[in-house]
Design a protein around this ligand. Structure first.
Ligand code: GLG
Length: 839
């Protein structure tokens, strides 16, 4: 088999097909052709965006060849397929990633240069599909990359939000949200498939009826019907021919039937109904890890899940597979509880629409689903009021009652009548009003339940899902998260990629464990020198971005200390800012202080309704304003908040970090994935024993990790004995000074009321224990500063971090899902040309 990618050389302009060829001349010709025939422009009139589109179509043509072949092989072989159900896919820009995975980055760069265009500028033109909030959505995107790279047949199913996560502006230090009109200029990466549209029902009532065999079945008479239209995006693996599909659903009003009947003569009414239907997939809910009991959100969840399951049934019918084999054809993963209604929906489809009996339907359902839990935070646990649920999904509620009744019978059988336990396990929460507990539905309806890091899985079994663990321990497992080295090293950090590859070859890109081989260079002065040089160039790049976007000038030789992630109290950006204030005060008290110069960089969005998180952004910007303009401080300390953190903006950040801030209260961050992206790019971590930090520290070595703070056990014990945050404040003059400054208006032009809610929260309740962790954090940061002064030691630590991060590739995580949960094998794809051997 010929390698599908040819590195750098031209394969001859005569014999190459304009739609598939990858020689520089062919690429140039295809690009100009697309500019003319797709964008309808000649070069003199073309905008940068036209050029971006022409290039995107040129790349898409090369994907299509692989995509169509992949679909043909999967159909022909009836391959077992992973269906990854997720309300969020935070894909990031496609163009750069596709160039890497096709192996044509260099050729395309050369082709653009020869056409007097700058590939970097064209890449910057892509509007990223921000169809997710944070870690959970980005994880889904990394997993799709790994699934394709490992040649696993996969369908990603989700929602085609017309507006993704809002764009963040900073005005006067506050976050302002702007709608994300990502589809405004068209999306060259998707193909609509209206021929595979499905109908989704909502509301109404159910009734019994007799079927042809004279047996009673249930029929659902809905109040409204919405059409789901699939939009497909190819997901190409790295240097393989596999191109899987991300299938996102858009809601539309059905053209015919009840619509016309009910609205004849009422044109406006009819259009109104169209508008209501299309509202369904209009906008992504911008909450990360907080559940909001909104009807539209439940409608979104049910809509995409029903579309996905109906689509899978259609595929089975087309491949002439009996529905009894559903669980053999598909392994369906629930990315958190957002798609958990799938358990009841598959039951409904099998029972009501395909007239299966309960027992076989239930067996198939349980064998089909796996459930990944992503958080222990109680405010994130989804529960829907019975009132809302029954008005929207009356049939599903009946099915859930039946599942619950049968399940609780089994519980009684195993544990006897322990009403406390039964109440805790029930799918219905009756403590304070009545609710359907979606995590319980997901647990009962799945054959495997996993957490996303070792500590998180352990805590799930010991706390949140303890009763379920006691009932079916064999269902529980852990799969620690991972991230794709293609986007997060190769695309984001090309210089580091070249250095590593020049030493050990490029096998590490597919097998990240191999990067270990650079360990032998960790103390090599020449290698260290190059390592440092690359880090510096990456920092200069970020310094330019910061100057451009914020007007703040930073010193690339200072220690880049970075915290980028959603703004959340448990992630403790405000602990980081207390350190900034402490450093500021130390310099002010001793203007000649010889401290290690630092640049503190923050970025991240706050949920629009999360008041304290927004106040934390305002605090960061307020401290930045005072620190950055203070002449006594000079270049020794800078604080910058980079607006509009998203995948695109994050890519230059990880390669430029010296220090990665992973400082959540122990037990709160399920895994974290930014922690992995930083360490892979040679940043050292300052962190707590939380989430995947623990495993990262074990991998890189305790001596190469800056650990501080309370453990999960400490947090629990302290809470039990009565936590009094104010005592830490009163007994620690540095801490007291910092808090008093915030309270006194030192950072807010004398306004004492502005940060009062935050100060009161910290002194009275401090739910995330910043006060207890403050001094250990400051001491640890002092160690960081000391170590940074020992250049050779720091470089060695940095190299060892990258070298030992192999485990945190999403390829490893996906292999574990395939073996432990999905039981699915690779299906390699050959291009037709390769099979016949004729070119
Ligand atoms: C969650 C968790 C993160 C986790 C991510 C992916 O809070 O710790 O890394 O899922 O599993 N909502 C999230 O980002």
């Amino acid at each position: 088999i010929q390698e599908p990618q040819l590195q750098g050389q031209d394969t001859g302009m005569q014999c190459e097909d304009d739609r598939t060829g990858i020689g520089v001349e062919t690429l140039k010709r295809a690009f100009l052709d697309n500019l003319f025939y797709v964008q309808g422009k000649f070069p003199a009139l073309a905008t940068k965006h036209d050029y971006y589109m022409a290039l995107a179509y040129t790349v898409r043509d090369r994907l299509l060849q692989r995509w169509v072949n992949t679909a043909a092989i999967y159909t022909q072989e009836g391959s077992r397929t992973v269906a990854y159900l997720s309300a969020e896919f935070l894909m990031g820009p496609h163009l750069g990633n596709n160039l890497i995975n096709l192996g044509i980055y260099n050729q395309v760069q050369q082709a653009m240069t020869e056409l007097k265009l700058d590939l970097k500028e064209l890449l910057a033109k892509e509007e990223e599909p921000g169809l997710g909030n944070g870690g959970l959505g980005r994880l889904a995107a990394c997993y799709l990359d790994s699934l394709a790279s490992l040649e696993i047949p996969t369908l990603g199913y989700g929602i085609r939000y017309e507006f993704g996560i809002f764009d963040q502006l900073i005005r006067n230090g506050w976050q302002v949200e702007k709608t994300d009109k990502w589809l405004r200029y068209g999306n060259p990466w998707e193909i609509a498939r209206p021929e595979w549209a499905v109908s989704v029902k909502f509301g109404g009532r159910t009734e019994a009826h007799k079927n042809a065999q004279g047996r009673y079945r249930v029929r659902w008479i809905p109040h409204k019907v919405v059409l789901g239209i699939p939009y497909d995006t190819p997901i190409l693996g790295y240097k393989v021919n596999t191109a899987n599909t991300l299938r996102l659903w858009k809601a539309e009003a059905p053209e015919s039937f009840d619509f016309e009947a009910f609205n004849r003569g009422n044109y406006y009414g009819a259009v109104d109904q169209k508008v209501t239907s299309e509202n369904l997939t209009k906008v992504l809910y911008p909450n990360d890890e907080t559940y909001e009991g909104k009807q539209l959100r439940l409608e979104q969840q049910y809509f995409f899940v029903s579309c996905a399951l109906q689509d899978m049934l259609r595929i089975m019918l087309r491949q002439k597979l009996p529905l009894e084999q559903f669980h053999e054809k598909f392994a369906v993963q629930l990315n958190d509880t957002h798609p958990a209604i799938a358990v009841a929906e598959l039951m409904r489809l099998l029972l009501d629409e395909h007239e299966m009996d309960w027992e076989p339907a239930w067996e198939i359902t349980q064998k089909t689903f796996g459930y990944t839990n992503h958080t222990l935070l109680p405010e994130a646990l989804e529960k829907w009021s019975l009132k809302l649920f029954s008005s929207l999904l009356p049939r599903h509620l009946e099915i859930i009652y039946e599942i619950n009744w049968r399940f609780l019978e089994q519980v009684r059988h195993k544990f006897g009548t322990d009403e406390g336990r039964i109440g805790r396990l029930s799918l219905i929460d009756e403590n304070d009003g009545k609710f359907v507990r979606m995590a319980h539905l997901a647990c009962v309806g799945s054959h495997k339940i996993n957490g996303v890091a070792a500590l998180h899985s352990e805590l799930l079994q010991k706390t949140t899902l303890l009763d379920f663990y006691e009932f079916f321990p064999e269902k529980f497992t852990n799969i620690t998260n991972g991230v794709t080295p293609r986007r997060w090293i190769v695309l984001s950090n090309p210089k580091l990629t070249n250095l590593i590859t020049s030493c050990i070859g490029d096998n590490w890109i597919k097998h990240l464990e191999d990067v270990q081989r650079i360990e032998t260079y960790a103390e090599d002065p020449g290698f260290q020198q190059e390592w440092q040089q690359i880090k510096r160039e990456n920092k200069v790049n970020v310094a330019e971005i910061l100057l451009d976007r914020t007007g703040v000038k930073v010193d690339p030789d200072s220690l880049f200390d970075i915290q980028v992630k959603r703004i959340h109290q448990y992630k403790r950006q405000h602990l980081n800012i207390l350190h900034a204030i402490t450093l500021y005060n130390q310099i002010k008290q001793n203007p000649n202080l010889d401290i290690t110069p630092r640049t503190l960089i923050f970025a991240g969005k706050a949920a629009p309704g999360y008041y304290i998180a927004k106040l934390i952004i305002k605090l960061i910007n307020s401290v930045a304003e005072v620190v950055n303009k203070d002449r006594d401080i000079g270049d020794r300390l800078k604080v910058v908040f980079l607006p509009d953190y998203n995948v695109k903006n994050s890519q230059p950040i990880y390669p430029a970090a010296d220090l990665s801030e992973q400082i959540s209260t122990a037990g709160k961050e399920a895994s974290g994935t930014g922690n992995m992206k930083f360490a892979m790019n040679g940043a050292l971590t300052i962190g707590t024993l939380d989430g995947a930090n623990i495993e990262i520290r074990n991998a890189v070595g305790a001596e190469n990790f800056f650990l501080f703070g309370l453990t999960t056990e400490d947090v629990g014990a302290l809470r039990l004995t009565g936590y009094r945050p104010r005592e830490y404040y009163e007994q620690n003059p540095q801490l007291k000074q910092a808090i008093d400054q915030i309270a006194s208006g030192y950072f807010s032009h004398g306004d004492r009321s502005l940060f009062k809610p935050l100060v009161d929260l910290l002194l009275d309740k401090d739910p995330f224990m910043l006060m207890a962790d403050y001094q250990p954090y400051i001491d640890c940061q002092q160690q960081v500063s000391q170590t940074y002064r020992d250049r050779d030691r720091w470089l060695q630590m940095s190299i060892l971090n990258t070298a030992r991060m192999g485990k945190f590739s999403s390829d490893r995580a996906i292999r574990e899902y395939c073996q432990q949960i999905w039981k699915v094998q690779p299906v390699p794809v050959q291009l037709a040309a390769e099979k016949t051997g004729d070119g």
